[in-house]
Design a protein around this ligand. Structure first.
Ligand SMILES: [Zn+2]
Length: 423
């Protein structure tokens, strides 16, 4: 497989979103601090088409922000700009600005493919039929022909879509290198390790040099709140998936640095120990994709910064309550908000800045004020901030002393350190 010469993503990498494009330096500070503490975590600035449309930004804006942030801090290691969750409909606008493409092919899952294609893939995998023993796994992977067939039926169309999209991007990029992520996470049905094996075999057959793959894991990955599910079950699945990735690299000739990607990865404190144990034990890597958590720190910092900042976040909350359905609709699959647990505007109107920030910040150790419903609602409420235009941006800039350190701390202390640093 021809892997274009590109800077490497490295063993550890973190996807960071920045809705309003004002926190690039504060975000880069988190990886710079991690480097000083002994681990290189490659920063990847990601923004989806949905976010660009809601905020009114372009992919080129993220490129400018990322380049400026690394230049300001003198970051000498690789960094990337990710066209996050793109498809044929919207990839065009990302081709020049991005050097990392997350191919979202979830919509093609389950689409019909010719029987000959399914048979060819199953035949290709026939040497592994039976109980496939993978290094480091107590239980062999049960791979019978029926399982392979049903996986192939389910995922081959999605792989084909990824291949078409990859070749389309490759043509557009010409000699300019880029990395490929394939994502199938935004679906209800998790992919098993056996499914992952089939998907990777098919991607290799289609010559897609995939560097990270984001499966749908078991459990719920809601935006900005903790993992919902059994962390022990997640760990077994993540470990088996990591074993499958290593196997696929060896057997199918995929890029040697291929790794798993965990999407909606912010604030999943319950499974960070599992991810950490598996990546340490297997000496493998992981890409953790976060997005809206920086915007929430921005809002919390604003609330703490003074009267104008607090007035703005209260207005955003009021808008989010009033336009609940509109704001939640694009994110329906990845949020779980109980409306009855949302504080009324009359209550919030009386809150001081510290009180608002406490309700909003995801403090999972004994914080009675923390309200995950309010947090999720504000997570999708950035549209109201976008509509404020310069008033919002000016307030954030004026509140930099509160916002910037909060953004850095959130990424470093709650995400990078527990996952990547220390023993
Ligand atoms: Zn995703």
């Amino acid at each position: 497989m021809t892997t274009r010469k590109s800077a490497a993503l490295g063993r550890y990498s973190i996807g960071m979103g920045d809705r309003f494009g004002l926190q690039g330096v504060a975000q880069a500070r988190a990886v710079q601090q991690a480097e000083q503490e002994g681990v290189i975590v490659t920063p990847v600035w990601n923004k989806s088409n949905r976010e660009h449309q809601l905020v009114g930004t372009l992919p080129a804006d993220v490129r400018i922000e990322a380049d400026a942030a690394v230049q300001t801090l003198g970051w000498t290691h690789p960094y990337f700009v990710d066209a996050d969750h793109i498809g044929f409909k919207n990839v065009g606008g990302f081709i020049d600005a991005c050097d990392f493409f997350t191919l979202d092919v979830a919509d093609a899952i389950g689409h019909t493919v010719p029987a000959e294609m399914v048979n060819a893939l199953v035949k290709h995998l026939s040497p592994y039929v039976g109980n496939l023993q993978l290094p480091g796994l107590d239980e062999p992977l049960p791979l019978d022909t029926a399982t392979l067939q049903s996986s192939a039926h389910q995922y081959l169309a999605a792989v084909q879509e990824a291949a078409r999209l990859y070749h389309h991007i490759a043509k557009g990029r010409g000699a300019r290198p880029f990395l490929v992520e394939v994502s199938m996470d935004e679906v209800n049905q998790p992919q098993s390790p056996a499914d992952l094996l089939v998907i990777l075999a098919a991607l290799a057959a289609e010559k897609v040099p995939v560097r990270t793959i984001a499966p749908r894991f078991t459990g719920a990955f809601h935006k900005g709140v903790d993992y919902i599910g059994d962390p022990a079950q997640f760990e077994r699945e993540f470990d088996a998936d990591a074993a499958v990735v290593a196997f696929a690299v060896r057997k199918f000739g995929l890029p040697p640095d291929l790794k798993l990607s965990v999407h909606s990865g912010s604030d999943k404190f319950a499974i960070y120990p599992a991810i950490r144990r598996v990546t340490r034990r297997r000496e493998c890597g992981v890409h953790l994709k976060t997005a809206g958590t920086t915007w929430l720190e921005e809002a919390a910092g604003l609330a703490e910064s003074g009267d104008e900042g607090l007035a703005i976040v209260k207005e955003i909350y009021a808008q989010s309550l009033a336009r609940f359905d509109e704001f939640c609709a694009p994110y329906a699959a990845v949020i779980a908000i109980e409306r009855t647990h949302l504080p009324a505007m009359e209550t919030v109107a009386n809150w001081e800045g510290w009180r608002f920030a406490k309700a909003l910040r995801h403090n999972h150790t004994n914080c009675l004020e923390f309200n995950p419903h309010l947090r999720q609602l504000l997570h999708v409420g950035y549209k109201a901030a976008a509509e404020m235009g310069p008033r919002y941006r000016n307030a954030v800039t004026a509140a930099e002393a509160f916002v910037g350190p909060a953004v850095t701390r959130n990424l470093l202390e709650r995400h990078i350190r527990p996952l990547f640093l220390g023993e």
